[in-house]
Write a new protein. Structure first.
Lengths: 183, 407
């Protein structure tokens, strides 16, 4: 079974790193992960989309994702943007970085909504509004496809020292504090 | 489904990181390069390896690509192992030196991260930079995924520096779709790579420049002298085909991965029709083929891994007797309707026992070669096999080209 995940955010939020850490974590379980971003000129604040395929079989597709079954939205301002829901398959899930309870986000194909205040947690733990490591922890909980262990192990490939310790707390808090609503 | 961590040698890295790690494992003496999207990460990673002492080389941070290629040419002619990397405008800016390297038979190894060329500014994927340099006299290899990027860079050193070849090798991989793709790569141990490359040390030493000694390279040649050098070059290019096959087999013995040499065949044995492609598109094509096979469609893929020299014998052997062949180009051959690889392969159509060819152009300037697009190509190739009237050339993602009759 392959999960096709589309990530929406803005340059500087760590969208690309989010997708990389998850691919990394999946590979650590003996599953397969492949992720890539699509953007033009690299700059902070510009919309960034990334794609992740996670599977128990090798992933060979090297094409963007048009029919995701999981959406990950790092930028709260995009939560109701029409293009975010493009192609979402029935029974889909969405993980949203938002401080509100956000029970107004709905889509006919959305069956599970998970909300985590990733910016708030990141501000508290690392002092920067970079939500990505909170989001990867929350993703593990919401999807049920990963334990928190491989996610924490994967972080060591991207951070070291105090930053690693702080980001590990972010991921754990994301895993523990994400609120999941079945729709 | 296991959701917990298990020990593994697999590292999740990008295509760019795979190229940089392969370069490190090959232990080059001199690296010179200039950053350009989508290649920049290669140079960032090598700089990190250099700064941390993991990589023991001369790292020359030049002011532009032209200097990069001249630096590695000089170092190569002095007997060093060298590496550089570029893309698109950078490759164009070093073009005179690219030609000079080939003329001097300097065994330079580089990666080119495929991107559209100047003319229309497009920071996006496409193989046009590869096509624009295809007649430079270099060996060109093309990778499909991150593992193959790493493996091809290692194989490139064996090919370039082989005493019987002595030609520069460029390893191509798609910008964006592969340069930024993070996926699992089995990173070999240093001692295994050392073992694989150690064959070169047992060969006679190539002629190199020494300060104070009278020896010329890239020197003036006219008439017969010029022809002699060029003929030797062409002959060495031809020899590199069999050498590449040998290296692939030896690589398989040591690393446990074989790709089939000049071309890789995927489910072609009983196929009525075949797509011919190269680079990252082949992963998507394979995934679609598996789906179509379940519906009983007898489709296969022939993947071009060695593009220069052109592997026409291997291609004819793989394609002979098929009913229809769709050639997918991620670039244009200005002056021809069809794509460049299609146009080249067309010259061998009469040797294919009746197989018919059509051209698909797709993936230009980051246009996604989607599964839907591949399904469309398979449908049209199937129609050709069934004897239906199918256009010779189709721009898959630009229907206007197929309806307006602009030709």
């Amino acid at each position: 079974m392959m999960s096709e995940v589309r990530f929406h955010g803005r340059g500087g939020q760590g969208v690309v790193t989010t997708s990389k850490i998850l691919a990394n974590a999946f590979a650590r379980t003996g599953q397969y992960g492949a992720s890539f971003p699509m953007f033009g000129f690299e700059r902070r604040g510009a919309p960034v989309t990334a794609f992740g395929r996670f599977s128990d079989k090798p992933v060979r597709e090297k094409t963007q994702i048009y029919n995701p079954n999981i959406l990950v939205v790092l930028d709260p301002s995009q939560k109701k943007a029409a293009n975010v829901f493009d192609g979402l398959v029935p029974g889909g899930m969405m993980l949203l970085n938002d401080k509100k309870n956000t029970d107004d986000v709905r889509h006919e194909n959305l069956r599970k909504l998970a909300v985590v205040d990733a910016n708030g947690i990141a501000m508290a733990e690392i002092g920067l509004p970079i939500p990505n490591t909170v989001v990867v922890g929350a993703f593990a909980k919401m999807s049920g496809l990963l334990d928190i262990g491989p996610v924490l192990e994967a972080l060591a490939d991207y951070f070291s020292g105090k930053k690693l310790a702080a980001n590990e707390i972010c991921a754990r808090r994301g895993f523990d504090e994400v609120r999941i609503v079945e729709l | 489904m296991n959701t917990t961590a298990t020990p593994s040698r697999i590292k999740v890295i990008t295509g760019n990181a795979a190229a940089a790690i392969a370069a490190k494992l090959a232990r080059p003496d001199v690296v010179a390069a200039y950053p350009i999207t989508p290649q920049t990460e290669v140079i960032e990673q090598i700089s990190t390896f250099y700064a941390s002492g993991e990589m023991d080389c001369e790292l020359i941070t030049v002011e532009g690509e032209n200097s990069a290629m001249n630096v590695v040419m000089a170092a190569s002619l002095a007997g060093g192992r060298v590496f550089t990397a570029s893309s698109s405008w950078g490759l164009v800016f070093m073009y005179d030196a690219v030609l000079a390297v080939a003329g001097a038979r300097a065994p330079v190894v580089m990666v080119n991260v495929n991107r559209e060329t100047p003319g229309i500014i497009a920071v996006s994927s496409g193989q046009q930079d590869m096509i624009s340099t295809r007649d430079a006299g270099w060996i060109f290899l093309i990778a499909e995924d991150c593992q193959e990027v790493l493996d091809l860079v290692l194989q490139a050193y064996r090919l370039a520096e082989d005493y019987d070849i002595q030609l520069p090798v460029m390893v191509h991989y798609d910008g964006f779709f592969l340069s930024y793709l993070s996926e699992g790569v089995d990173i070999p141990e240093q001692k295994t790579v050392d073992q694989f490359l150690s064959v070169l040390k047992t060969q006679p030493k190539r002629t190199v420049l020494h300060p104070g000694e009278k020896l010329g390279v890239g020197s003036h040649g006219i008439l017969g002298g010029y022809m002699e050098l060029r003929h030797k070059h062409v002959t060495a290019m031809e020899r590199s085909k069999a050498k590449f096959e040998e290296i692939d087999k030896e690589f398989a013995d040591i690393f446990g991965r074989s790709y089939g040499g000049q071309v890789e065949e995927y489910r072609t044995d009983d196929a009525d029709m075949v797509l011919v492609g190269s680079g990252s598109m082949c992963g998507t094509i394979k995934a679609v083929i598996d789906e179509q096979r379940e519906k009983g469609v007898r489709i296969g893929l022939v993947k071009i891994r060695m593009y220069r020299p052109f592997p026409h014998k291997a291609l004819v052997a793989a394609l002979k007797g098929k009913k229809a062949i769709g050639v997918v180009d991620r670039s244009l051959a200005f002056g021809f309707d069809g794509g460049p690889i299609y146009t080249e392969l067309k010259a061998f159509e009469t040797r294919m026992d009746g197989a018919k060819l059509i051209s698909f152009i797709d993936g230009i300037a980051n246009t996604d070669i989607t599964k839907t697009n591949v399904e469309k190509m398979i449908q049209m190739t199937g129609d050709l096999a069934d004897g239906k009237d199918v256009p010779e050339v189709t721009w898959v993602s630009y229907p206007d080209a197929n309806t307006k009759g602009e030709k």
